[in-house]
Design a protein around this ligand. Structure first.
Ligand SMILES: Nc1ncnc2c1ncn2[C@@H]1O[C@H](COP(=O)(O)OP(=O)(O)O)[C@@H](O)[C@H]1O
Ligand SMILES: [Mg+2]
Length: 258
């Protein structure tokens, strides 16, 4: 039975996608079978894993938009292999933006993704859901489907802004939609050990965060930003760069007990 993680922060640009695809690739390199679910219409996880959006027959939208009771397309018709062995993708395209509307009127609309993933849960060891920079229905569906939440936090001014709203939403999901959801922890990203700011943000998060902050901090590293243009996670593209090394440390911290 796959452990399912949602990578969530309603801010854009905090390294949700970078974290999702690199943790997924670390697990794949560690011989686990992994599925990345791209729940963001911007579909950066899809393209960053080497999947050509233009060549896709289906995407997550087609599963979310299936009328209640219909089974076509089946999830295995939608999942595609990535350029990385052991790592599959349930891809997104821009079309997914329409899902917010489709979902709005659906029955049990926050549990759609959970039910969609049910047939493949036993097939994968790990499912990682990348989410959009919003707390809309797609992200609620990701939280509804997950066992644990990972929150990347960019070491910048205003890093903590919005965090209390996010924690309230998580509490709401725990109460109303998915009682088994737990908070895995916060991940400090784009950390720059040379600046006081990074240390201050990390200290603030460690103090205020009602879960835990992972020890592994992800440094600013251009390789992490470059690798998606090659359709590869950084841990595959350049596994020895400082960013990759940090993601491997994070992987062992998050999944070491798996
Ligand atoms: N540690 C890092 N160092 C340098 N660039 C990074 C790092 N993490 C992410 N980036 C880059 O920052 C941008 C935002 O990251 P991304 O993962 O797309 O964030 P999100 O999914 O939260 O919007 C991307 O261009 C990404 O390549
Ligand atoms: Mg993203």
């Amino acid at each position: 039975m796959a452990r399912t993680f949602a990578v969530v922060n309603q801010k854009g640009g905090v390294a949700k996608t970078t974290t999702a695809i690199n943790l997924a690739a670390c697990a794949a390199l560690d011989d686990h079978s992994v599925l990345v679910v791209d729940a963001d219409p911007q579909s950066n996880a899809t393209s960053g894993l080497g999947v050509e959006r233009d060549e896709l027959e289906y995407c997550l939208y087609d599963l979310l938009a299936r009328p209640e009771g219909t089974v076509s397309p089946a999830i295995d018709e939608v999942i595609v292999p990535s350029a990385t062995p052991n790592l599959d993708v349930l891809p997104a395209t821009l079309e997914l933006a329409g899902a917010q509307l489709e979902l709005a009127s659906a029955i049990s609309r926050e549990r759609r993704l959970r039910r969609i993933l049910e047939p493949v849960r036993d097939f994968y060891d790990l499912i990682i859901i990348d989410t959009a920079p919003s707390l809309g229905l797609l992200t609620l569906n990701a939280l509804g489907a997950a066992d644990q939440v990972l929150i990347p936090i960019q070491c910048e001014y205003y890093a903590l802004e919005g965090l209390s709203q996010l924690l309230r939403i998580i509490a709401l999901v725990q109460a109303e939609i998915n009682p088994s959801l737990t908070l895995a922890g916060a991940i400090m990203t784009m950390y720059d050990a040379r600046t006081n700011l990074s240390d201050e943000v990390a200290a603030d998060v460690a103090r205020d965060f009602p879960g835990r902050t992972f020890q592994a901090k992800i440094p600013r590293n251009v390789k992490l930003a470059e690798s998606p243009s090659y359709g590869l996670p950084a841990v595959i593209y350049d596994r020895h760069c400082p960013g990759s090394a940090a993601y491997f440390r994070l992987y062992w911290e998050v999944f070491g007990d798996a």
